[in-house]
Every structure is written in structure tokens, then in C-alpha cells.
Design a protein around this ligand. Sequence first.
Ligand SMILES: [Cu+2]
Length: 136
Amino acid sequence: MKSISSAIRGLSLAFCAVMLLASSFFWAASPAAAETYSVKMGTPKGLVFDPAVVTIKPGDTVKWEVGSLPPHNVVFDNTKVPDGNKELAAKLSHKGLEGAGKSFEVVFPADTPAGDYSYYCLPHRGAGMVGKVVVQ
Ligand SMILES: [Cu+2]
């Protein structure tokens, strides 16, 4: 009797070890979850993007929310993205002017090259309303 119960205990211990090992493989294999970063367009400080710089990873999303002094938009300057990629700059831009209470989200595709992506708000570019997304 004693040998059977110790065998069962040994088996359950082995089962636990296998499950622990299996779950560690699962954690190692699953990619980091994509995140969403919020940027306010226009604040009580004035015509600014807040924060002016966000650092993200490919696959992440940036959500721009209209704050003070609308309307605003987001235009990526094709001369200020890696390799001067016009297509990507256009894809990331949200040229439609958005009014109070509006927001929009832009997904940076999983294959987005690392680098600095500078952008501006078209109506308020002259006032210095510029921002940057740093893709790691
Ligand atoms: Cu603006």
C-alpha cells in the first residue's frame, strides 16, 4: 500500500513538473501584446501634441484624441520617416480634420521599420504643433 501511494505522489509531482515546463514554453513563444498609446491634440498648454514623443514597437497603436483648440489632424512628413517612405507616411497619416470629442487610432504595422516618424498638425504646423513617434 505504501509503495502505491508514494508512486502516485511521484506521478503527480512529475505531472506538475511537465505542466510547469509546458507553460513556460507557452510564455516564451507568445509575443508581447500590442499596446495602445494615447496622444492629446491640443491641451490647456496650447497647440501641442501631448506627449510630443511616444516610443512604441511595431504592431502597437497610437490613439490621437482631440483636446483643446480643434480642429486637428496628423500628417506624417514623408521626408521625416525612415527611408523617406511616402507610402508608409501616407498610410500612417490621418489628414481629415477632427473636431471636439473626436479621436482616431493608427496601427503601426508589424513590419514598420524602426526609426523616428515626425508628424505635424496641418492647420497648426506654423504654431509649432509637431510630434514624433519613435518606433523601436
Ligand atoms: Cu492642430
